[in-house]
Design a protein around this ligand. Sequence first.
Ligand SMILES: *[C@@H]1O[C@H](CO)[C@@H](O)[C@H](O)[C@H]1NC(C)=O
Ligand SMILES: *[C@@H]1O[C@H](CO)[C@@H](O)[C@H](O)[C@H]1NC(C)=O
Ligand SMILES: *[C@@H]1O[C@H](CO)[C@@H](O)[C@H](O)[C@H]1NC(C)=O
Ligand SMILES: *[C@@H]1O[C@H](CO)[C@@H](O)[C@H](O)[C@H]1NC(C)=O
Ligand SMILES: *[C@@H]1O[C@H](CO)[C@@H](O)[C@H](O)[C@H]1NC(C)=O
Ligand SMILES: *[C@@H]1O[C@H](CO)[C@@H](O)[C@H](O)[C@H]1NC(C)=O
Ligand SMILES: *[C@@H]1O[C@H](CO)[C@@H](O)[C@H](O)[C@H]1NC(C)=O
Ligand SMILES: *[C@@H]1O[C@H](CO)[C@@H](O)[C@H](O)[C@H]1NC(C)=O
Length: 234
Amino acid sequence: MIVHFYRQLKSLILAMTFVVTTYKTGTCGNGMDLFEETTFLDCSFSDYCQRSYVRENVRKYCSEENLTYIERCCFNKTSMANVLVGLDLSNCTLMNVSDLFKNTTNLVILDLEDNPLLNYTKADFLGLTHLEYLYLPENKTCPGGEAAWSSSGTECSGQLNPCNYLNVSCTENGQCHHLGPGIAKCGCLPGHYGYKCLRQGTFPTLTYCLAICIPTVLFSAFFWFTQRRHVKTD
Ligand SMILES: *[C@@H]1O[C@H](CO)[C@@H](O)[C@H](O)[C@H]1NC(C)=O
Ligand SMILES: *[C@@H]1O[C@H](CO)[C@@H](O)[C@H](O)[C@H]1NC(C)=O
Ligand SMILES: *[C@@H]1O[C@H](CO)[C@@H](O)[C@H](O)[C@H]1NC(C)=O
Ligand SMILES: *[C@@H]1O[C@H](CO)[C@@H](O)[C@H](O)[C@H]1NC(C)=O
Ligand SMILES: *[C@@H]1O[C@H](CO)[C@@H](O)[C@H](O)[C@H]1NC(C)=O
Ligand SMILES: *[C@@H]1O[C@H](CO)[C@@H](O)[C@H](O)[C@H]1NC(C)=O
Ligand SMILES: *[C@@H]1O[C@H](CO)[C@@H](O)[C@H](O)[C@H]1NC(C)=O
Ligand SMILES: *[C@@H]1O[C@H](CO)[C@@H](O)[C@H](O)[C@H]1NC(C)=O
């Protein structure tokens, strides 16, 4: 009985040691490199593309800038994070790119060539304000139109700020924000809010809370107590 218990304990300790060691060394003792590459530099976008054929634009940019190229992604490895700055989605049989670039607002270079059925609007590129080089399928126009880029064609390069070239004028207390290729929006300057940014001060969180949150909490507490009393007396 005691021997049996001892054996169980020994295998348990062995198992725990194995788990701890594996955890420490990354992937089962194969070293940190594999762990880093697969865990932190995963090019999830290559899932959209089964074909291995890629253009050279992104790879070339990546190596010229001394960045890290993996599969179809180019990462800028900084001390804070691995920032995706380049993406090659050429020859991926893409038909649309809606929601594809929601989390990639640091993209500088993007290749969409050889996707002849691709259909897009400038809204699909919302947030990509850093985009400087965009390669498109044949006969497609630059998102936001030619005016949104300093050079256009199958290669759209040098994204321009629509606040400037559209001569956007916001209200007195407003400020124009560049949100993407050919996309701009008026926002309020700090210290102003509301319709046409006409109201002054920050949003009155404290007053709002005193007026709404506290009564809500009090009411909830009141009903909770009364309901509980009913439960007890029943
Ligand atoms: C796309 O990739 C396939 C191989 O997967 C290749 O046969 C084809 O030529 C490529 N398309 C273009 C336009 O290069
Ligand atoms: C990349 O590295 C090479 C060699 O270390 C250097 O000559 C070059 O200036 C670097 N390029 C950039 C853009 O930092
Ligand atoms: C990479 O990130 C560093 C730190 O944020 C930045 O200074 C540098 O300009 C970035 N390089 C590229 C090519 O984006
Ligand atoms: C976008 O394209 C994918 C295939 O690439 C397709 O499954 C999906 O239905 C398309 N979505 C829209 C809104 O067209
Ligand atoms: C973007 O990030 C959110 C939250 O991290 C995630 O839920 C979503 O799937 C991501 N979208 C894409 C297209 O990767
Ligand atoms: C592209 O999408 C628009 C609207 O989403 C649609 O009207 C148009 O027919 C589409 N074009 C192609 C070639 O699929
Ligand atoms: C692009 O346009 C040219 C001229 O209009 C046409 O000859 C060619 O077939 C088009 N290519 C594609 C892929 O639609
Ligand atoms: C820009 O807008 C201002 C004020 O509305 C106007 O005076 C100026 O002529 C405009 N400039 C251009 C280039 O449209």
